[in-house]
Design a protein around this ligand. Structure first.
Ligand code: APR
Ligand code: PHB
Length: 394
């Protein structure tokens, strides 16, 4: 088998890159470890920056998002029994975010992929990467019981944090940066109306809580929990009771509860691998970096990596600009580190840290109070939340 760009992973990064490359006439094949149903069963974040919305439009997969996505002009931060609104639109000169689930983005991309006729091989358990430093890199794997060799010009590692792409780079050619937080998020999905029209990020001494949504009839709520908590110990009733305790009383009084349709715990981590390339392999999205979910940046960062790699590939194939290839990592990392900083900061000011002393707690609440009562502070939060501009490639 032969293609121009071999893509490992059919998550949002791999599928979006594949779709954009296909539209530009660049042939690609996607190899995914799981089945399509498994990929669609993962519940992930749901807040899209305008840059990602525009990119989905460019890829020709924005129709349903434009109908069903909900544009949010602001969000709220709750603490000390009060709610403060961050008016994104007013503070950023008109920018907004769109609430539309990652699962739906993935579904739309899968449909477009099928319609495009480009090949996607699912349920491939054993992809291996070869000759990354040479001019003819290859993937080998088993498909339908047969050994396959896929020759290509370039490989895009879109295979997430636990994927094989980053692990195929020799240890002395990559440096990683990491922070693991001493808590996780317990999330539930429920068919209940949202407690408020906009998202509420709540800081409370019992721990952080987030009120989010997928639609006017489906909600997604999260609670900060300690790392030793088990999902089995959290009945729906216990979840709702704890959520109410962490919200301002008037908000808690309005909360509509109901049976959960999904419940899971995710750890929080900040992680960056540098550089994001090795020879003809390019890491994209979660394969190269992870953010804690507090700023809703994970999926959006994956989209800006895709945009950068896609634009470079277009210049390479259309104008012979192979010089741009070696700049991929440097261009991506500028924006990534700013989003890492924002996600770390949002996590730091809103969560309860188990090892924090009295002094640190006072500093933390005073920082939050300062930011939300200063125009400069609010503007800083807003411009990061809607997403910093994509870096130019040339
Ligand atoms: N071979 C083939 N596919 C693999 C392999 C492998 N060895 N390892 C992992 N994969 C697949 C996974 O099954 C998954 O479908 O790669 C895909 C990676 O998808 P994601 O983990 O969703 O990562 P990405 O596409 O970069 O999406 C961006 O940012 O913060 C997050 O929630 C956000 O998941 C989103 C992500
Ligand atoms: C979500 O809706 O799942 C969500 C929203 C905002 C976040 C994180 C997750 O910051």
């Amino acid at each position: 088998m032969k293609t121009q760009v071999a893509i490992i992973g059919a998550g949002p990064s791999g599928l979006l890159l594949g779709q954009l490359l296909h539209k530009a006439g660049i042939d690609n094949i996607i190899i995914e470890r799981q089945s399509p149903d498994y990929v669609l069963s993962r519940i992930r974040a749901g807040v899209l920056e305008q840059g990602m919305v525009d990119l989905l439009h460019e890829a020709g997969v924005s129709e349903r998002m434009e109908q069903e996505g909900i544009v949010h002009d602001g969000f709220e931060m709750a603490f000390a029994g009060r709610r403060v609104r961050i008016d994104l639109k007013q503070l950023t000169g008109g920018k907004t975010v769109t609430v539309y689930g990652q699962t739906e983005v993935t579904r739309d991309l899968m449909q477009a992929r099928e319609a495009s006729g480009q090949i996607t091989l699912y349920t491939v358990p054993d992809v291996a990467l070869h000759d990354l430093k040479g001019e003819n890199p290859k993937l080998t794997f088993t498909h339908n019981g047969e050994q396959v060799q896929l020759e290509c010009d370039y490989i895009a590692g879109c295979d997430g944090f636990h994927g094989v792409a980053r692990q195929s780079i020799p240890e002395d050619s990559i440096k990683t940066f990491e922070r693991v937080y001493p808590f996780g998020w317990l999330g539930i999905l429920a068919d209940t109306p949202p407690v408020s029209e906009e998202l509420i990020y709540a800081s409370h001494e019992r721990g952080f809580a987030l009120c989010s949504m997928r639609s006017p009839t489906r909600t997604r709520y999260y609670l900060q929990v300690s790392l030793d908590e088990k999902v089995e110990d959290w009945s729906d009733e216990r979840f709702w009771e704890e959520l109410k305790r962490r919200l301002p009383a008037d908000t808690a009084a309005k909360l509509v509860t109901g049976p959960s349709i999904e419940k899971s715990i995710a750890p929080l981590r900040s992680f960056v691998a540098e550089p994001m390339q090795y020879g003809r392999l390019f890491l994209v999205g979660d394969a190269a970096h992870i953010v804690p979910p507090t700023g809703a940046k994970g999926l959006n960062l994956a989209a800006s990596d895709v945009s950068t790699l896609y634009r470079i590939m277009c210049k390479v194939y259309q104008e012979g600009r192979t010089d741009l290839l070696e700049r991929y990592s440097e261009i991506c990392l500028k924006r990534i580190w700013k989003a890492e900083r924002f996600s770390w900061w949002m996590t730091s000011i809103l969560h309860t840290f188990p090892d924090s002393d009295d002094f640190s707690q006072r500093i933390q609440s005073s920082e939050l109070d300062y930011y939300v009562h200063s125009d400069a502070g609010l503007t800083t939060i807003a411009e990061n939340y809607v997403g910093l501009p994509y870096e130019p490639i040339d």
